[in-house]
Design a protein around this ligand. Structure first.
Ligand code: 1CP
Length: 343
């Protein structure tokens, strides 16, 4: 048995004070992050230093006494391992030098070699060494769909035009690619578990690009398959899986499936409705609009309390934001939110 409130909540136990962690809790809004980040030109070089990753993962824990830590890495390490040539340029976000632009690129992909991601597994080990005892560490990956979208687009984008065109013109090649990514994500998450993570989150950050039908066909099928593979494997079968879907065009009951322990609710979702639908089935985390943290202390306090009030008697509620902390947020505002939750 473990004594962590976060893991207890994932097992649907009720708490007077919900466990707290934040998506993108380590990162650019923290001055202590910026201080270390300045030493690296390319963000990926920093991700390849396990001791540095461990220190970065610990920063928000030390500042806010959060209930879970998340591995410091990025979802794009997996497409990078396929040789797509990831780099992060100053102020521009991620860019691939060899994106997927035609079916031949998928047919000719080099095979996935888990050893190329050894730096991630060593980061897990280093992080576990310095985290407080019993503080759970969350491992993660992008959903196959979200990884495919970045790999085809070659970068972040407002409209993901190339990706949408690829989907409509080359659906079979896309499905082949999604299967390859699903397999790679399984191996990647399994090795994170073997290295010490206690729970897993899958980020489907580009779910909002898909229509209801395509969300099922090009994303959920593969995420369910990935979860099934984890549940079928003796090393990973007991690890709780959390799913984040950004603005999915689907009802919550159609989105969730049996292998999930928790759904991470986007800020536009109706948490009251979700709590009625999912009660005693799944833990719920998230939902506070990250933009609320740009408001006055009073608004932050009230909006936080609103969610706590709705979820007061929900077995398995984890406080989180409805998407990641953005770089423009004042770290002191996060303290206001945490005080409201714990008061
Ligand atoms: O220049 C910098 O300092 C890099 C900023 C940064 C950081 C701190 C990036 C680039 N990635 C990360 C770390 C990161 N990314 C973590 C660990 C830190 C933590 O959460 O505490 C995690 C879990 C991620 C996951 C991630 N990366 C997602 C899924 C979550 C989400 O926000 O939806 C996505 C979409 C990415 C891609 C990515 N990596 C980095 C950026 C700026 C982006 C987004 C680019 C875009 O807008 O398309």
């Amino acid at each position: 048995m473990n004594s962590s409130n976060f893991l207890k909540a994932l097992n649907l136990q009720k708490h007077d004070t919900p466990p707290i962690w934040l998506m993108r809790q380590a990162g650019r809004y923290l001055p202590e992050y910026q201080k270390i980040r300045r030493d690296y030109k390319n963000f990926l070089d920093m991700c390849k230093k396990p001791e540095i990753c461990a220190r970065l993962a610990l920063q928000p824990i030390e500042r806010y006494d959060l209930d879970a830590s998340i591995l410091f890495s990025d979802i794009l390490t997996v497409p990078d391992a396929f040789g797509l040539g990831l780099a992060f340029y100053e102020g521009e976000g991620p860019k691939f030098s060899n994106p997927i632009s035609e079916p031949e690129n998928i047919a000719n992909l080099k095979s996935f070699d888990l050893n190329t991601l050894d730096y991630v597994f060593r980061a897990v080990e280093e992080t576990k060494k310095i985290l407080p005892v019993d503080l759970p560490l969350i491992g993660f990956c992008g959903s196959p769909w979200t990884l495919a979208a970045y790999s085809i687009e070659g970068s972040g984008s407002k409209d993901f035009k190339k990706t949408k065109q690829f989907l409509s013109e080359q659906p079979q090649a896309l499905k082949d690619f999604l299967n390859i990514l699903t397999d790679a994500c399984f191996q990647y998450l399994k090795q994170q578990v073997l290295s010490g993570v206690n729970a897993i989150q899958i980020f489907d950050s580009w779910a909002d690009l898909l229509t209801t039908k395509d969300l099922e066909t090009f994303s959920l099928i593969y995420t369910r398959k990935l979860a099934q593979m984890l549940k079928d494997d003796h090393t990973t079968k007991k690890i709780p899986i959390i799913l984040f879907e950004k603005a999915p065009k689907m009802n919550i009951q159609d989105l969730v499936f049996k292998d999930l322990s928790c759904i991470s609710l986007y800020w536009q979702e109706d948490i009251k409705n979700a709590s009625t639908t999912l009660r005693n089935k799944l833990a719920i985390q998230g939902n506070l609009n990250p933009k609320v943290l740009l408001e006055s202390d009073e608004i932050i306090w009230n909006e936080t309390k609103k969610i706590c009030q709705i979820m007061k008697n929900y077995p398995g509620f984890i406080f989180n934001l409805g998407h990641g902390v953005t770089p423009n947020i004042d770290p002191k505002k996060v303290e206001v939110m945490i005080k409201a939750i714990r008061s």
